[in-house]
Write a protein that binds this ligand. Sequence first.
Ligand code: AMP
Ligand code: GLY
Length: 428
Amino acid sequence: MNILLLGSGGREHALAWKLAQSPLCDRLYAAPGNPGIGQEAELVALDPADHGAVTAFCARARVGLVVIGPEAPLVDGLADSLRAAGLAVFGPSRAAARLEGSKGFTKDLCARAGIPTAGYVRAASLEAASAALAGFALPVVLKADGLAAGKGVVIAQTREDAEAALAEMFAGQFGAAGSEVVIEEFLEGEEVSFFALTDGATIVPFGSAQDHKRVGEGDTGPNTGGMGAYSPARVLTPLLEGEVIERIVAPTVRAMREAGTPYSGVLYAGLMLTREGPKLIEYNARFGDPECQVLMLRLESDLAELLLACAENRLGNGTTPKFSKDAALTVVMAAEGYPGTPKKGGPIRDLAAAEATGAKVFHAGTAAADGEIVAAGGRVLNVTARGRSVGEARAKAYRAVGAIDFPDGFCRRDIGWRELAREAKAPA
Ligand code: AMP
Ligand code: GLY
């Protein structure tokens, strides 16, 4: 079977690396890809926004499975266009991707289905939002309704900050994504990511991870797409995971099916482990980035087989993913300036030396220039390693980071700190 993978980040490099290992995979194509993905797949110059061009390529190249990595083409309905042409697609329809594409949609679904989540109000004007603000304690969370590349969330500590943030959102700071906002109660606890594959009926747990969203050590500074992750997240005990499936994921999948918009693909639940139990922060309609990188390092099953079974509504036949008991940890190397404007074009050397230490280096934002690899994005590399514990995986990952010559790059030095503290008390 030929497979087409869409996307160009570290998540897609990890997916490509794993798909290429599958005996089911004859030719792996990737669009638009990056130089790291190019080591695993044949890169094709396709624009995922051009549904006709993607469909025509699939026919020409006899593609048997399309895997859509990022959220934008999902929310844009690429999966619908491809399915209409008879293709097997891993990734939800436009209607189902609203679980990520509209925060208000998801909050209303949670309210109807009794799914635990932060209390909220939707507001479509600054006046309505300001009026609703009075009903919330501080800090209060303000979210642009639509996709805002992870930047549409403000946690305001004062009423003045909240008013100012709302004014900016309604003034168009996030474009159309901010024409409606969700005001939310602030949840206290530890954050964890849980993944499940679903074909709209069957739910297959697909691992847990913990991300590090802030740019600075000790979880300080501005929000990013994620500066590092590890898996599994032991704070999500089997008991809690069962509760998350039963009280959050299963009612969501059921509600989507009953609405006539079944969700098919990977459902990524961002959760807060509160004193009252796990609560949903948000859904994503795709794998996490960089959470996917650590999941792929631990996955022992055939990824192509799993994604195809999901695309063909065959998860009920007993396809169960097997993950290594090992932990995996990834350190994001970003370009100076990130999450603001990153410095582009900085040379990156000694990637082979880094991998010779036993780590895997996924390319997130790189380009090839004059036979060299250079930085071409905010998050540039994901240096990923496995070990018997998070501590061991982390030591290996940072050893590999030390081997990389990337003068314009930086990384957090404390990825995995919560788990390290736990392992010190109770060894894995
Ligand atoms: P999101 O873009 O929805 O993932 O939000 C970005 C980050 O803001 C999350 O990862 C949380 O750390 C934080 N956040 C979002 N909603 C809440 C909430 N209701 N309470 C506390 N923190 C939140
Ligand atoms: N790492 C967070 C995300 O992929 O949304």
